[in-house]
Design a protein around this ligand. Structure first.
Ligand code: AMP
Length: 113
């Protein structure tokens, strides 16, 4: 685990965050720069830099199921939600700890920016 990883620090409580869901493997917290009425960042507790570094299908599937649970807890199951996974420079990934954005609470355009 890199000592300077902001998401590792949130996962272990060294940086405060507005948590909306957590379990043994994942933590979901409200984004500090929300792009929708509901905007939550979901991370695995284990430090993995990008989506491409997820070790196996279990890890990837667990992330997706935790995103579903996060969306349910945000009350987005009926209205719908969007999952965004930025991977690498062209996608604009800013934090090199794999994460999925859970966005909802408004209608969203397509294609994304
Ligand atoms: P990405 O561009 O996919 O790497 O997105 C990283 C997201 O993390 C951005 O939407 C940031 O606003 C968010 N973020 C960064 N630091 C924090 C923090 N300390 N608490 C909550 N969200 C954060």
């Amino acid at each position: 685990m890199p000592e300077d990883c902001v998401f590792c620090k949130i996962a272990d409580g060294r940086i405060p965050a507005d948590l909306v869901y957590e379990d043994a493997e994942f933590v979901a917290f409200r984004d500090i720069d929300p792009q929708a009425p509901a905007h939550v960042v979901l991370i695995p507790r284990a430090h993995v830099p990008t989506l491409l570094d997820l070790p196996d299908r279990g890890a990837a599937g667990g992330l997706l199921l935790a995103a579903n649970e996060t969306a349910r807890r945000l009350g987005l199951a009926e209205s719908g939600f969007r999952l965004v996974g930025n991977c690498g420079p062209d996608a604009g990934q800013e934090v090199p700890h794999v994460h999925v954005h859970v966005l909802g609470g408004r209608c969203m355009g397509w294609p994304p920016g």
